[in-house]
Design a protein around this ligand. Structure first.
Ligand code: IPE
Ligand code: IPE
Ligand code: MG
Length: 239
């Protein structure tokens, strides 16, 4: 049984397996992404209900541009559709949306929708729902290193000022005061991080499941949390 008193504060999810879900049904890949969006809606709702404070989902990586133009535009169109259909519910359920990643180069239409979502949820005090979009952990760290080098060149900081706290602050997560995840879940049977939150996951518990993302349900989400609760987190210390 899940212990509702010990819900992880921050859960991160690598939502993988949409393409295989569609291929299994002889459907176009974008139908898999559509089904994945539906699964995501349910998990966002459930995470808020059980008291997860931060939910971060990997929606599109810096490497996902390697896919066909058809698939990429399909994914972004679905994102617009998601915002159109869900913004009201996100607001009603007090969810605050943030974006992790460089979304400045996305199409005007996508940027407009995202800005509207950020603006209309910014004062909400419930679940913090972070969408990693055009996100890559190495890219994020290089940006942090650059901004530190720029401040050093301007004499604003010295090499001695650079420590883990300062570096963390310059990551997308640090800029938005998002703590490190306690639990990271990856669906679809792949056992890798694929450039997701490499710095922030240093001490996260990892749960992998063979379930393809569109089939991942709130019940299985609770099962993943139960696995998390059975783990003994030591953070390098000893008992
Ligand atoms: C995850 O599903 C969603 C994105 C990467 C955008 P995939 O599209 O990677 O699904 P598989 O791994 O091909 O099954
Ligand atoms: C990771 O999945 C990215 C997202 C879920 C958005 P991928 O399907 O892109 O990862 P790889 O290629 O299997 O490592
Ligand atoms: Mg994949």
């Amino acid at each position: 049984m899940i212990d509702y008193e010990r819900i992880p504060a921050h859960v991160a999810i690598i939502m993988d397996g949409n393409g295989r879900w569609a291929e299994k049904r002889k459907l176009p890949r974008v139908m898999g992404h559509n089904a994945g969006m539906k699964a995501m809606k349910e998990i966002v709702r459930h995470a808020g209900e059980i008291g997860v404070e931060y939910l971060t989902v990997y929606a599109f990586s810096t490497e996902n541009w390697k896919r066909s133009e058809e698939e990429v535009s399909g994914i972004f169109n679905l994102l617009i559709k998601y915002v159109d259909s869900e913004l009201k519910e996100l607001c009603d359920s007090n969810v605050k949306v943030s974006i992790l990643g460089d979304w400045s180069g996305l199409s005007d239409k996508v940027k407009e929708k995202l800005q509207m979502t950020l603006d209309s949820t910014k004062n909400n005090t419930g679940l913090k729902f972070n969408i990693a979009l055009n996100y890559g952990s190495r890219d994020e760290m290089v940006r942090a290193a650059k901004s530190i080098a720029e401040d050093a060149a301007l004499g604003k900081i010295t090499a001695d000022d650079v420590d883990e706290k300062l570096f963390s602050k310059r990551l997308y997560t640090g800029q938005q005061e998002i703590p490190d995840p306690d639990l990271v879940i990856r669906t679809s049977g792949e056992i890798r991080l694929s450039n997701f939150l490499l710095w922030q996951l240093a001490y996260a518990e990892m749960v992998f499941t063979d379930t393809l993302w569109p089939d991942y349900t709130p019940e299985e989400f609770e099962k993943s949390i139960e696995i998390f609760q059975s783990r003994d987190r030591r953070f390098g210390g000893r008992k």
